[in-house]
Design a protein around this ligand. Structure first.
Ligand SMILES: Cc1ncc(C[n+]2csc(CCOP(=O)(O)OP(=O)(O)O)c2C)c(N)n1
Ligand SMILES: [Mg+2]
Length: 363
């Protein structure tokens, strides 16, 4: 018998800043451009301000269930920052930081979570996909979009975002395979926030990394510190350039932490230890970039206060526009699902109309 190693793989982890915002080595050029750094910080702060307001709207009965992006802002802000106008984003449901930069309005997001599907019909970026709650759909959809781009010989890329839990879905592996086999211009971002509702990352898969799932399909695959926006932007930029220049797909596993409950319908305190969450707060991305800027001497508490006020004012305007927008009629949930309403839903539609007349539906 003979035995030899026929293939070997490694997975690297990219990180530029430690959790105190100190550079661990030479930084990419954009990290020393004050305008770029301020801009990244502003988008993360705006996203968090929006997030906290949206949670409050749900808690006070003014909006439906909401999925927060708390703690994951660097992942989505980096995605939005690096994508080009005519790339296509295929998001899951925590990618507000990317969506805002793509032109999705905060009011549209509030309308969506307020139960108005029209909120998913983006006026400023109609080619981006809507928020999709079905887990693991995004990679395959993004692969399809990338196949169309390649067929049309366009220098564009699609970006899929899904969670650690989504990587267990069959669709995820199909997407990896077709993207690898056809060298599609797609970037698969796995937001590994350590939890899929109450299932921990460790219980989710025995694979050492989630990135290695791309290796099986012949795709260059990496881990990145998803709480380090400099690292996130750097790997995103490289992956998008690869895609747009015909070099094929990339898988990026962004290591981060979901600091909030899964959604406002969840209570994470029932399944994860407080100590773990407290530790994760130490590594959160906004504090890290703020410390980096303070170390550089380009940020102080006066600038911070003025940014926070500016973001709050922007969010208030969006919330007021949401309050002023017309609620969807109760029939909407029946009317746009089927070409022809199945007969068993006809009486339910009538019941819904009768019920709506007895209550004032307000948001
Ligand atoms: C196909 C499908 N199965 C199950 C669900 C129910 N579900 C909603 S969120 C979720 C967990 C997803 O975890 P992960 O992919 O890690 O994303 P995260 O919520 O952590 O961002 C599940 C199982 C769903 N929405 N879609
Ligand atoms: Mg998760």
């Amino acid at each position: 018998m003979t035995q030899k190693t026929t293939a070997q793989f490694t997975i690297s982890l990219t990180r530029y800043l430690d959790s105190e915002g100190r550079a661990l080595g030479p930084l990419p050029e954009f990290a020393t451009d004050i305008t770029v750094v301020h801009n990244l910080y502003r988008w993360m702060t705006l996203t968090r301000t929006f997030d906290l307001k949206a949670i409050n709207l749900q808690r006070t009965g003014k909006m439906g269930t909401y999925a927060a992006s708390l703690g994951q802002e660097a992942v989505s802000v980096a995605i939005g920052h690096e994508m080009a106008r005519d790339d296509v984003l295929v998001p899951a449901y925590r990618e507000y930081g990317a969506q805002f930069q793509r032109g999705v309005t905060m009011t549209e997001i509030l309308r969506f979570w307020g139960g108005m599907e029209t909120g998913n019909c983006y006026e400023n970026c109609p080619q981006d996909f809507p928020i999709a709650v079905p887990i693991g759909t995004q990679p395959l959809h993004a692969a399809g979009v990338a196949a169309a781009m390649k067929y049309r010989k366009q220098k564009r890329a699609s970006v899929s975002v899904c969670g650690d839990g989504a990587t267990s879905q069959g669709d995820f592996y199909e997407a990896m395979n077709v993207a690898g086999a056809w060298h599609l211009p797609v970037v698969f971002v796995i937001t590994n926030n350590q939890w899929a509702i109450s299932l921990s990352r460790k219980s989710q898969s025995s694979a050492e990394t989630l990135a290695q799932k791309g290796i099986a399909a012949g795709i260059p695959s990496f881990q990145v510190d998803g709480n380090d926006i400099i690292a996130m932007c750097d790997v995103m930029q490289k992956a998008l350039n690869r895609a747009r220049s015909g070099k094929g797909p990339t898988v990026i596993e962004a290591i981060t932490y979901r600091l909030h409950d899964h959604t406002t319908a969840d209570d994470a305190a029932r399944y994860r230890p407080l100590a773990e969450v407290e530790q994760a707060w130490q590594a959160e991305p906004i504090k890290r970039l703020r410390l980096y800027m303070e170390n550089l001497g380009i940020w102080d508490c006066v600038k911070e206060a003025s940014l926070v006020a500016e973001c709050q004012a922007e969010v208030d305007i969006a919330v007021n526009a949401y309050f002023a927008s017309e609620a969807e009629p109760v029939t909407a949930m029946f009317d746009y699902q089927f070409a022809e309403l199945p007969h068993h839903l006809v009486p339910q539609r009538e019941m819904a109309i009768a019920f709506a007349e007895t209550v004032s539906v307000k948001h």
